[in-house]
Design a protein around this ligand. Structure first.
Ligand code: ADP
Ligand code: MG
Length: 474
């Protein structure tokens, strides 16, 4: 057969099949599912316009709130769902078309819901697949479709589809929903961390409770906490005035020092000092979400992005989208936020020296570097009092302070616990200097050298450092 002949035969067959479909379609009643949409829109399926907007997984609850607010402004919400195999794989208009053609049995069904977190211990129901009949901002009919992540089917993210008779109206509806979504953002003012979530149905983001630490619970050398607080909280407090006078608000803080000295503790203190400020904490592989975190911070400012132990992943190329060291992705994220944004980046590290060159090569990202040193004698006494040895006689405290030269705050916490255990062993409910001394001698014995290292204590001879110093360009 000639190729032209084959083509013309194929065309003829195609026309025949199409016409046969037409005949079938005419004789088949329009399924209720389709009639609900086309009837509401007074529009044939082929003339419908569908506008879609996708969001990340963690926006699902906010999207739901935006949709709820939109529907509430227009009376009773009227949700319905779709039943039928494979509905997760189809766009809504395709799904309706398949239903009309009788290719698949898609029918009106129950709305699909899931549970998602909106706070450390609060969850809400969200629609993972549902349609609602409503109107566009100018009063024309529209249908909204809300879809959640369908991880079982390999689909990340949530999305909204707006079906209407004209593109302008569908777009206007989508824009209004997005505006309401931003006004009701559930992430605003929360403390979030990226990684594997503890919350069902909201993988990747976990909500953390806001710590409440008083300044007397953070034992640091004179002036350190004040310096840090002035930079992070103080600038935020004067945001408007600084902006008005042309000053930049974006800031970068580096906390560096040996492990266990209180860098994370200081960050937690800062979080507690700023209720209402959005915080995104990235640690370990969560650092791969730095671009998302920065985008959230910009949108939800005032905000803080905390990158914990940045040295551990700084040179890792696997986590960054571009295959470049993660530190550069972090710098890009920091640069991507305008100077007038009330956003603070807080970086912590045990090894400032591994970052110093990179930070010096791209100056301005970090404008305050503060050392969190091992506690000096005054701080060690304060730590002993804070963690439970406050009732000991001054002389006993002094002896313990001398014996613990070079130890870190986390060492003290463990020391106090062991001291209390010693007292329990003796059925005593008061902690004495003897209990603590016994615990301390235990911890200083050579068998415990790994414990000491893990608690941040140097071995064998401690080196003590003091004070703050700037790596900064200030
Ligand atoms: N300066 C400090 N003052 C009071 N407690 C501290 C201090 N530093 C550490 N701690 C205690 O030790 C724990 C571990 O310290 P952390 O802040 O995680 O150390 P790192 O410097 O490694 O981030 C903290 O949760 C806190 O309970
Ligand atoms: Mg830490």
């Amino acid at each position: 057969m000639e190729i032209d002949e084959a083509r013309s035969l194929a065309r003829g067959l195609q026309r025949l099949v199409n016409e046969a479909h037409g005949l079938i379609d005419e004789s088949r009643p329009v399924p209720d599912l389709v009639a609900r949409v086309t009837g509401h829109l007074s529009c044939e399926l082929k003339d419908l316009v569908c506008v879609t907007q996708a969001f990340r997984n963690w926006e699902h609850a906010s999207l739901q709130r935006g949709v709820d607010a939109y529907l509430a402004e227009r009376g009773e919400a009227d949700w319905f769902g779709v039943s039928g195999q494979g509905r997760e794989h189809n766009d809504t208009v395709d799904l309706l078309t398949a239903a009309v053609r009788g290719f698949e049995r898609f029918e009106v069904g129950a709305v699909d819901y899931a549970t998602t977190a909106v706070g450390p211990d609060e969850t809400v129901e969200v629609v993972t697949f549902g349609l609602a009949r409503t109107t566009t901002p100018d009063g024309a009919p529209a249908v909204i479709v809300l879809r959640g992540p369908a991880e079982m089917f390999g689909r990340q993210g949530c999305r909204i589809e707006v079906i209407a008779a004209s593109r302008e109206r569908a777009t206007a509806t989508r824009e209004e929903i997005e505006r309401l979504m931003r006004a009701h953002d559930v992430l605003r003012g929360q403390i979030l961390t990226f990684g594997v979530s503890e919350h069902r149905g909201n993988s990747l983001v976990t909500f953390l409770p806001r710590p409440e630490l008083g300044p007397d619970e953070v034992i640091l050398p004179e002036g350190v906490l004040e310096t840090v607080e002035r930079h992070v909280v103080g600038i935020g407090r004067h945001a408007e005035a600084l902006r008005a006078r042309g000053q930049h608000l974006k800031r970068g803080l580096l906390l560096h020092g040996p492990p266990g000295t209180g860098k994370t503790h200081t960050v937690r203190y800062l979080m507690g000092r700023q209720p209402g400020v959005t915080v995104v904490v990235l640690a370990g592989t969560g650092m791969g979400f730095i671009s998302d975190a920065a985008a959230l911070a910009r949108r939800l400012q005032p905000a803080i992005v905390v990158v914990e132990d940045v040295d551990l992943v700084a040179h890792d190329r696997r986590l960054s989208a571009e295959g470049s060291p993660l530190l550069f992705t972090l710098f890009d994220a920091m640069d991507g936020i305008g100077a007038d944004a009330d956003v603070t980046f807080v970086l912590t590290t045990n090894r400032a020296e591994t970052l110093e060159q990179a930070l010096a090569n791209r100056p301005g990202r970090v404008d305050l570097a503060v050392e969190v040193p091992r506690p000096d004698a005054r701080c060690r006494a304060a730590l002993l009092r804070l963690y439970g040895a406050g009732d000991l006689a001054e002389a006993d405290l002094e002896r313990l302070v001398t014996r613990t030269d070079g130890m870190t705050a986390s060492f003290f916490k463990e020391l106090l616990r062991r001291g209390v255990l010693e007292s329990l062993r003796e059925d005593s409910d008061t902690l004495t200097a003897e209990h603590l001394s016994a615990a301390l001698e235990d911890m200083l014995r050579s068998q415990e050298s790994l414990t000491r290292t893990l608690l941040g204590a140097p071995s064998p001879v401690p080196a003590v450092t003091h004070g703050t110093h700037g790596l900064s360009s200030e």
